[in-house]
Design a protein around this ligand. Structure first.
Ligand code: TXA
Ligand code: MG
Length: 343
């Protein structure tokens, strides 16, 4: 398959974007930027188109896709009437890095939402994504654009080789603004529950509707249980080398813990302030230790970069599990396959 690459880093070229939209209407698949991570899109109205995504990513068929919309008129064709809490969340966080799980209508293709009764809906806050969906004039299902188990793509350069020849188009919109995927939230018994943390935090949601719960499995492996979000049970964001995540609220303890775990040919992903403390390791800084926005932005690219180094072992320095740190740690703990020590 020929893959056309379009570069919209300086400006959006409307005729090229319309070409991509037409590809989607015709049941083809392609890569586009959103404000969170790059997405691999297809028509959400077609089983056949959606199945191309599962094939290209090597994704398990029981892991549902999020449907992306460009305006509210698309929403009501896909879902049943939201309740009051859901309406408040839609008002507050659409468009944005927020996915709401709602009751789906019967006609949603089974391939798209893995034959569930619910469906995840998101309205991206990114001009290219918005216009692409609006020009296509159909809802677009899209997972993160990465091979299953790999870190999500936050630049086109990171994922280009994985999909060359497998998709009809790729749009380069530069590095994504946020760098981690959307917050996934479902209202359960009237209470919003975060199934995957992201830029929209527990505190943000509680401010709008008064309360917000965290799912029990944000930091635990969902074995011997049916997770509320099927994606939770799969391997994610993983580098190919053995990796460990370390954290201590005490700076001194954390540094001692890292020193204790260093082996020959170790790479460390950690904060800027610690970069000169481990002279025998390759050090990759994810930004200043309290700058969670920057850490969010850098982490997936670094997980890919470190994998290309001639090293045998990866140590990742964790952050505090609060505010945006919750989303960062949710991804990091999966990237090391739950190999985590907190002291
Ligand atoms: O920011 C994002 O959400 C990106 C961009 C491209 O929009 N998309 C994304 O999609 O991260 P994906 O497929 O990589 O992750 C979607 C997650 C999966 O863990 C999936 O299991 C969960 O959302 N999910 C989707 N539909 C669901 C549903 N009906 N019920 C529960 N979980 C659902
Ligand atoms: Mg993903």
């Amino acid at each position: 398959m020929e893959t056309k690459i379009f570069d919209f880093r300086k400006e959006i070229k409307e005729d090229e974007l319309k070409y991509c939209a037409k590809c989607l209407q015709e049941g083809k698949i392609g890569i586009f930027p959103t404000e969170t991570v790059y997405g691999l899109g297809a028509s959400a109205l077609s089983d056949q188109a959606a199945s191309l995504i599962f094939k290209a990513k090597n994704r398990a068929s029981d892991n549902p896709l999020i449907i992306h919309i460009s305006d509210f008129s698309m929403l009501y064709d896909l879902v049943q009437e939201p309740n009051e809490v859901e309406k408040k969340l839609l008002d507050a966080f659409f468009p944005g890095p927020f996915t709401l799980i709602l009751k789906g209508k019967k006609h949603i293709p089974k391939t798209v939402n893995a034959n569930l009764k619910t469906v995840g809906i998101r309205m991206p806050d990114n001009e290219i994504a918005h216009k692409l969906i609006a020009y296509a004039n159909i809802p677009i299902c899209a997972p993160s654009a990465n091979l299953s188990s790999k870190p999500s793509g936050t630049t086109l350069e990171d994922i280009q080789d994985e999909f060359m020849g497998k998709v009809s188009f790729m749009i380069n919109g530069g590095p994504t603004q946020i760098g981690l995927e959307s917050t996934v939230c479902q209202v359960i018994n009237g209470i919003p529950t975060i199934l995957r943390p992201g830029k929209i935090t527990q505190e943000d949601i509680a401010k709008v509707v008064g309360c917000c719960k965290l799912d029990d499995y944000l930091f635990k492996e969902a074995t011997n249980t049916i997770p509320k979000s099927p994606g939770m049970k799969y391997k994610h964001y993983a580098p190919s080398k053995e990796a460990i995540l370390l954290y201590s609220a005490s700076e001194k303890e954390l540094i001692a813990l890292i020193k204790e775990k260093v082996k020959p040919k170790t790479a460390i992903i950690g904060c800027l302030e610690h970069q000169n403390l481990f002279p025998n390791c390759k050090y990759f800084s994810y930004g200043s230790k309290n700058d969670y926005e920057t850490i969010m932005h850098e982490i997936f690219t670094l997980l890919r970069k470190v994998d290309q180094e001639n090293i045998d072992y990866i140590i990742i320095e964790g952050v505090k599990k609060e505010g945006l740190g919750l989303a960062i740690m949710n991804r990091l703990i999966r990237s090391v396959s739950f190999n985590y020590i907190e002291r």
